[in-house]
Design a protein around this ligand. Structure first.
Ligand code: ZN
Length: 376
């Protein structure tokens, strides 16, 4: 078997709140779009129903105390000082079943990990994962548990070398912090600069400590970054480092809140930039655990991750959306009839101005991090 998609319809039973930007419905929409293209019945590919993680598995990264609090919150217990754990009105609201939701998010990551580690598949895609802000003892940035840190911890315990690549518009702070002092995990995050965006970290100078020095890598981009600039930054940093590091497994977070019409950030990417990055990732990752993550324009999520799943399976997907799925996409706000975004005109002057900033960051990494990996 070549690939596995980890999915359950049960995701939509959980709602952060009516007004919260993270909508589990986008996962069903993604599944529906993949299905409409016939991508869920491919030879050499399977769909696995998500299995919730056990508490002991969540404890690979999270404290028992925090997990108890999460469980109590999800069950409606009101007497705990939840704000101490990052829970409450705002980013991480308390909602019924939030513990089970978290078990599903973490469980899917472990399933993907085990399928890839055992060589049952070469690539596993866990669309409900990618919760890269979660901390051991508190929730952060819509992430109650950190499925990535849980999965990578299991891989490290089994002796694997792991490269983690994060293309979310927000810095992957939770995963970076989890492995900041070790060389067993290379974390690379490409994101909008912390000067402008949550969580306010991920500066180029953050390169790890002790044994981990040179094994945390950050490439911040200015607001307004487009396809060409993002691909250029990615190509300059990620392939040389991953090739030098020689990981056993590559874990990626494939969020699309970098897109031009995402409501939470200021990126200018389109599906073309996303596909360009995916093409690189594919060659770097013979054993690949892919996760979703955020993405607050629901139909961007569905279209981009359908493209990603097609690429993982070497299927060229026609651009015309199947008629049957159009009403669902319309309902979710998409007026187009194509899977891919139309080419967006870029302003050369703006591109050149932003490019200077990105090149300064690349130069910093080439000077301070590349030599640690023997790249000169
Ligand atoms: Zn994000």
């Amino acid at each position: 078997m070549h690939s596995a998609l980890i999915y359950t319809d049960a995701y939509v039973n959980y709602q952060y709140s009516d007004s919260h930007p993270l909508k589990p419905y986008r996962l069903r929409l993604t599944h529906a779009l993949m299905q409409s293209y016939g991508l869920l019945q491919l030879p050499q590919s399977c769909v696995r129903e998500t299995v919730p993680a056990a508490q002991a598995e969540l404890e690979l990264f999270h404290t028992p105390e925090y997990l108890q609090v999460l469980q109590a919150a999800g069950a409606g217990k009101r007497t705990i000082p939840y704000d101490r754990y990052g829970l409450g009105p705002g980013d991480n609201p308390i909602f019924p079943g939030m513990y089970t939701w978290s078990q599903l998010c973490a469980g899917g990551a472990l399933q993907a990990t085990r399928l890839v580690a055992s060589r049952e598949v070469d690539v596993a895609f866990h669309v409900a994962g990618g919760l890269h802000h979660g901390r051991p003892d508190h929730a952060s940035g819509f992430c109650y548990v950190n499925d990535l840190a849980i999965a990578i911890t299991e891989l490290v315990q089994q002796g694997y070398r792991v490269a983690y690549i994060d293309v979310d518009v927000h810095h992957g702070d939770g995963v970076q912090a989890a492995f900041y002092d070790t060389d067993r995990v290379l974390t690379i995050s490409l994101h909008e600069s912390g000067r402008f965006l949550f969580p306010g970290t991920g500066f180029v100078e953050e390169i790890g400590v002790g044994q981990g020095q040179g094994y945390a890598v950050n490439l911040p981009f200015p607001p307004g970054t487009d396809d060409a600039l993002f691909s250029e930054g990615f190509a300059a940093i990620v392939p040389p480092l991953v090739e030098a590091y020689k990981p056993d497994v590559v874990v990626t977070q494939l969020v699309v809140d970098t897109f031009h019409d995402d409501p939470l950030a200021h990126g200018e990417l389109t599906t073309a930039g996303f596909v360009a990055v995916l093409q690189h990732l594919k060659t770097l990752a013979p054993r690949w655990i892919a996760t979703g993550g955020g993405g607050y324009n629901l139909t961007n999520v569905a279209r981009a991750w359908t493209l990603a799943w097609g690429m993982m399976n070497d299927v060229e997907i026609p651009d015309a959306l199947p008629e049957g799925v159009l009403p669902l996409l319309r309902q979710a706000g998409y007026e187009g009839r194509t899977l891919r975004d139309p080419a967006s005109p870029t302003s050369q002057a703006r591109h050149n101005r932003l490019r200077v900033e990105v090149h300064a960051a690349i130069a910093y990494l080439e000077w301070h991090v590349f030599p640690i990996h023997g790249i000169h």
